[in-house]
Design a protein around this ligand. Sequence first.
Ligand SMILES: Cc1ncc(COP(=O)(O)O)c(C=O)c1O
Length: 298
Amino acid sequence: VTTGSQQALALIASELERNDRVMIEDPTYFGAIHAYLDRRAKLIPLPVGDIERAGTIAIREHRIDLIHVTSAVHNPTGRQLGRAAGHRLVELAARCGATLVDDQALRYLADEPRPFLAAHDPGADVITIGSFSKVLWSALRVGWLRAPAPTITRLSARKAALDLATPALDQALVHHCLPYLDALAAHRRHQLAHARAHARALLAEQLPGWHDESDDHGPFLWVRTDLDDTDPLLDAASHAGVALTAGRTLTATDRWNTHVRFAVTTTDDALETAMQRLARAAGGSSPSEPAGFLHQVL
Ligand SMILES: Cc1ncc(COP(=O)(O)O)c(C=O)c1O
């Protein structure tokens, strides 16, 4: 049990040496990027879900120490890695002698979750990480990590040096919720499906030049704007009380300046107001709104 799956990422990264080579999807969750860059690892971008390309990259790079994928519901694109692709990835990691990290933090948001990558080969060097943040409450800092026994022994010692243990009260609350988890997850998926559809419709109406490129899972829309650089827009949106995530923060490359990530985890009314304000900001007229009104909304 880890203090959020973010701690699991930090523990995994703590085993890396400077310049170790990490193949990681691009774009991806910024917490993973930061954990690896913090250890001065070299990040090698992999287009999301492109296992053929992973093979080509592995041959080109000669050495890959770790492969990191978010196979369940990818942040920010919502994509799921197919069963056959997952199998090929486990084989590839074994051929390269690389540790495979399977980030399953958003697993409960998948309608039909695929098998864990570790299930393709129980003897493989695969570390699976998970979280209760997306289905219960992200302020409950409870995640988990599953790995071969020697890895667990090493990482448990590191965790003990960091925080001794994940707070018992948070764990007790999660434990209390476990019997209801499937029902809560179904409810959450239903809420998010509605919110995504609503946000997509609003986007098409208010910002027709922008395109949602996400799959139908998870709490985000991954949107290609009609801008070369979204920074000025994000400043204007923030001024209008609307917070979005810049695509460039979800990559270690210089790509995705054109993209933004919308979190749809809010009410219909707030989404409507936020999208109107965003469209006004994109159109260049963005009257200041009361500070903080919609921060954290999108
Ligand atoms: C893909 C992914 N992995 C890990 C995390 C970390 O989550 P937590 O530390 O709350 O479990 C997040 C949080 O958004 C995430 O999106």
